[in-house]
Design a protein around this ligand. Structure first.
Ligand code: HEM
Length: 406
């Protein structure tokens, strides 16, 4: 996939888009956290990687020095990235007015109302698997459920699933290295949502009550209390980021959960026997397998933990690494199904903290519970070293071959 040279030293030459990182990210991060908490690289026009909990928190909270205008470190020059993914690519004070109108659609109440629909979707997907004894937990299940949920929320046909998956892969997987793939996918997404918005606009009062209509009618509130409709760019950006944020993150975590249980029979047996542990277990899955490492654009020369960082470059915030920081977690590299005091950072920190976290937790719980009701005994059908992990800002297993046990 990549023609870039192998990494000489992860502290001074990191390459977070390499297969080596995809396969061994947690181990590499643990090493960096210990010996070089602000790693650097000359690749990608020069970038940094922050791995300690405190440093990530401080960086994420300093939105003036560390801007969200660019959220990926890839082969594109930081000043050439112009993708509008409002609200994630906005900084305060513009960010809040575009984020707030989206929140009610992802509130605990909205999520609870959606739950029976998601249960039915999960059951239907499992019906499709039926009595097969060899299943790909990622391809046949984990990747499908969040896509169905998002299609439902957008009010579009479930037939859009394959396109959503191709677009997400295009933008945040292959497109991180091959810019043409990213550009093509982004254009298709923008056109798709532009058409959806136009259709809802034509329907006027008869438009269905879905996310596209919500975004179409959303009003941003200014500090003086006046309101204005979202701009066309903000509307398309919001739908785009909801699609990106809502799909790959959740399928990666659900895939990791199946992979974990398929390789840890004690945890599987305990969770099946004590389903009341599920909410606690979900938090541990999120901590241990947190998928998102996201970037900030450095607006001026600054320092992080005493290390100088240059304006105009980008810095990656490794949330998965914060979640294994021994300063914050006892036995951080152990997966503890009933871990208490688990204030993990899988959903980020600061003003951009995930706005879909209620929905994500519900999907993970519903998705795993439905699977365990149907298949309480299963195991990974290959050696764990053969499981391919995704390259890009969202890490998860791309394929989880599972043997269902009788
Ligand atoms: C396991 C699932 C998920 C994980 C681990 C996750 C993780 C994250 C993280 C780490 C951020 C912060 C990014 C930053 O610091 O810049 C974020 C932001 C965001 N997430 Fe999620 N997410 C998940 C599911 C979802 C879902 C289901 C949705 C919605 C459908 C969603 C929508 C968003 C949006 C729109 C933002 C940007 C918020 C803002 O900029 O104010 N996410 N997510």
């Amino acid at each position: 996939m990549s023609e870039r040279p192998p990494v000489a030293d992860w502290a001074t030459d990191f390459d977070h888009l390499s297969e080596e990182w995809a396969a061994g990210g947690p181990e590499i991060m643990a090493d960096l956290r210990e010996r070089c908490p602000v790693a650097s690289t000359e690749r990608f026009y020069g970038a940094y990687l922050v791995t300690r909990h405190d440093d990530i928190t401080k960086t994420a909270r300093d939105t003036e020095t560390f801007s969200n205008r660019v959220t990926a470190v890839n082969t594109n020059h930081p000043d050439k990235i112009k993708l509008d993914l409002s609200p994630i690519t906005l900084d305060p004070p513009e960010h809040g007015p575009v984020r707030r109108p989206l929140l009610p659609s992802f509130s605990p109440k909205a999520t609870a109302e959606l739950e029976p629909t998601v249960v039915a979707m999960a059951e239907r997907l499992l019906d499709g698997i039926g009595d097969r004894t060899l299943v790909d937990g990622a391809l046949d299940y984990a990747q499908l459920l969040p896509v169905e949920v998002m299609s439902h929320l957008f009010g579009v046909s479930a037939d859009m699933g394959p396109s959503f998956r191709r677009w997400v892969d295009g933008v945040i997987k292959e497109g991180q290295i091959d810019l043409d793939i990213a550009r093509r996918a982004a254009r298709e997404v923008q056109e798709f949502f532009a058409n959806q918005l136009d259709e809802r606009e034509e329907l006027g009062d008869g438009a269905p009550d879905d996310l596209v209509t919500t975004v179409l009618r959303a009003e941003a509130e200014s500090p003086d209390g006046s309101t204005r409709p979202f701009t066309r760019k903000e509307r398309i950006g919001a739908l785009f980021v909801l699609m990106l944020g809502g799909i790959d993150t959740t399928w990666s975590t659900l895939g990791s959960m199946l992979l974990h249980l398929g390789t840890h029979p004690d945890d599987l047996e305990r969770l099946v026997g004590e389903p009341e542990l599920m909410p606690t277990a979900i938090e541990e899955f999120l901590r241990f397998y947190s998928p998102v490492t996201i970037a900030r654009y450095i607006t001026e020369d600054a320092d992080i933990a005493g290390c100088p960082v240059s304006g105009g470059k980008r810095v990656l915030l490794a949330y998965p690494s914060a979640n294994r920081d021994p300063e914050y977690f006892d036995r951080p590299d152990e997966f503890i199904l009933d871990r208490e005091n688990n204030r993990h950072m899988a959903f980020g920190v600061g003003v951009h903290r995930c706005l879909g976290s209620n929905l994500a937790r519900m999907e993970l719980e519903v998705g795993l519970s439905a699977w365990l009701r149907r298949y309480p005994r299963f195991e990974l059908a290959v050696d764990p070293s053969e499981v391919p992990w995704s390259v890009g800002p969202v890490r998860g297993p791309r394929s989880v071959p599972i043997r269902i046990l009788g």
